[in-house]
Design a protein around this ligand. Structure first.
Ligand code: FBP
Length: 552
């Protein structure tokens, strides 16, 4: 492997552990807290998790380790989308295992949950692990999106685990993967297999967050990477003074990533999906909101600006989601073939017009032609519209363009509008983890082993107080069932970890709301620059603005 100077330097970085984990595994003991209850639907969740429900919150403290002596064989998987720091969760877990006993074994199952089902694994060694310390990516063992959720799959996992003598499995994933970790833990406990299951909170989307989990790992680095790029674009915009940049950022449904980037860079516009839904905003209202900023700035001679658009925005626009629902029905089953057989777009357009309700067609008809075609051409294997592929940055810039043409004709708008488009997602998911993510992830992994060694199962590795210096972080564990409620998913009631959306009464959104009117008209850009790995702590160990505001 060719190594960059930074990669070599990062191998030598020593991640910071919470104070109570710093004396080594022999000096870590458990303090049990109160029994827990799920955030909602307690009776139902208790019934579904008779063996793992209601367990106590736990915290680690300095003291003699009194965990039973045992040889450990642990399996680990990475699940879902990449997030910076995954390699450090594995190295923290490995180091704690080996510190407890050098004969302990860590197996990495490859390609995500499917690695466990297919028994495709690698045994970690010092040499192997050392080549991945403090680096981005999930390439150490790969990841995947297979869901571990059926009894048949659990039986295979049990068989594979028994074959290797695994006493524990660590699942590094988002809300869905950790929900499945809780179900797997219950299965293993119910069958008295002795196989423990521990989760670690991962996702750049920031939506695995609650009163116990202050942040999912990867959010810090990904948003800092996007903010660096957005800041650079802002500086370019402010230099050339001739383009409006429409920037879509990843993050799935929730707008945490967009909001954090806005707090970091102070763009002219940032849409927040949760607000759009709460105010039931229409496409026209959103368009007008952006066009007002372009008009005011343009009339003052500032024909440039930056607008951040969250990936999931269109799902939150009520009239747009109603349209998508009708399109999915219109093309259900064999009707897709009928549609595809039509000779040209005019014939397809007439088919659509005849098939949609008047309200849905009115929404469809105001969309730019490119987006109209995207809605019908790019569909998933079930024939549904792939909402995440909709180029919402182009959708809004084109709608703003038409609106501005009207305003120009009416004589109110006197500026020029030249939009450019960007999508930032994959650029941030495998960046070298910031010092924060390197430290946080290593601590989550180290801590996961402490939970295992003390016999816990169905717990999420929890490191809190993370807006403070690492010395003051608090390590422990929380039963996953505590974070669960019942939700309707694919027509069934399911126990799931509640997904965190942006809270409109939360401090990060309130701060943004208090400043955005000024940002929309004036040029208030801030340029965060690249992530710094070496230098003064106030530059290198910064947490996100979201965390700082939430905990400040
Ligand atoms: P997770 O929810 O698995 O962490 O994935 C996050 C994410 O990066 C989303 O922001 C994005 O919508 C999605 O993955 C993209 O998925 P894929 O990697 O399959 O293209």
């Amino acid at each position: 492997m060719n190594l960059s100077p930074l990669q070599k330097a990062r191998y030598e970085y020593s991640p910071k552990l919470p104070g109570m984990l710093r004396n080594g595994v022999a000096e870590i003991c458990v303090k049990e807290g109160a029994q827990t209850a799920s955030v909602a639907d307690q009776d139902k969740i208790k019934e579904l998790f008779p063996n793992t429900y209601g367990k106590k919150e736990i915290t680690f403290v300095k003291g003699t380790n009194n965990a039973p002596a045992k040889k450990w064989v642990v399996g680990v998987i990475l699940s879902g989308g990449q997030a910076p720091g995954g390699h450090n969760v594995i190295s923290g877990l490995y180091d704690a295992l080996k510190a407890a006993d050098k004969d302990n074994v860590l197996l990495g199952f490859k390609g995500g949950p499917s690695g466990l089902l297919e028994d495709d694994y690698v045994e970690f060694t010092d040499e192997f692990i050392n080549a991945y310390r403090n680096t981005g990516g999930f390439d150490i063992i790969g990841s995947g999106r297979t869901k571990l959720e059926t009894k048949e799959q659990f039986a295979i996992v049990e068989e594979v685990a028994k074959k290797h003598g695994l006493n524990a499995i660590v699942i590094i994933g988002g809300d869905d993967s950790n929900t499945n970790a809780a179900v797997l833990a219950e299965y293993m406990a119910a069958k008295n297999t002795g196989i423990q299951v521990i989760g670690c909170p991962k996702t750049i989307d920031g939506d695995l967050k609650n009163e116990d989990i202050e942040a999912s790992f990867g959010f810090d680095t990904a948003t800092k990477t996007y903010s660096e790029l957005i800041g650079n674009i802002e500086r370019d915009a402010n230099s050339a003074k001739k383009y409006w940049h429409f920037i879509k950022v990843m993050g799935r449904s929730a707008s945490h990533v967009a909001l954090e980037c806005a707090l970091e860079t102070q763009p002219n516009i940032c849409l927040i999906g949760e607000e759009v839904a709460a105010k039931k905003m229409s496409l026209a209202q959103i368009t007008n909101y952006i066009a007002d900023s372009v008009e005011k700035r343009g009339n003052a001679g500032n024909n440039f600006g930056v607008a951040i658009i969250p990936e999931g925005i269109v799902e939150f626009v009520p009239e747009f989601s109603a349209l998508i629902k009708e399109i999915n029905e219109l093309l259900a089953g064999s009707k897709t073939d009928e549609f595809n057989a039509l000779p040209d777009w005019t014939a397809k357009y007439n088919f659509i017009k005849a098939g949609l309700s008047a309200e849905a067609f009115a929404v469809f008809d105001i969309l730019p032609a490119g987006i109209q075609q995207q809605l019908f051409l790019e569909r998933d294997p079930h024939g549904n519209v792939q909402v995440s592929l909709i180029e919402s940055e182009k959708l809004f810039s084109e709608m703003v363009k038409s609106e501005l043409a009207k305003r120009k004709a009416a004589g109110t708008y006197k500026g020029k509008f030249a939009p450019l488009h960007h999508f930032f997602g994959y650029e941030g998911r495998c960046a070298f983890p910031s010092n924060f993510d390197a430290d946080y992830c290593y601590s989550l992994g180290y801590n996961a082993f402490m939970l295992i060694s003390y016999g816990y199962t169905g717990y999420l590795s929890k490191v809190s107080n993370i807006s403070k210096p690492a010395e003051e972080w608090v390590a422990g564990g929380m039963p996953i069932t505590k974070m669960m409620n019942i939700e309707r998913r694919n027509g069934e009631d399911k126990p799931v970890i509640r997904k965190a959306l942006v809270e409109l009464d939360g401090k990060p959104f309130k701060f943004f709301e208090a400043h955005r009117d000024e940002w929309a008209v004036e040029t208030c850009f801030t340029f965060p620059g690249a992530i710094q790995y070496y230098g003064p702590s106030e530059v290198c160990d910064l947490t996100t603005r979201t965390l700082a505001l939430e905990k400040g």
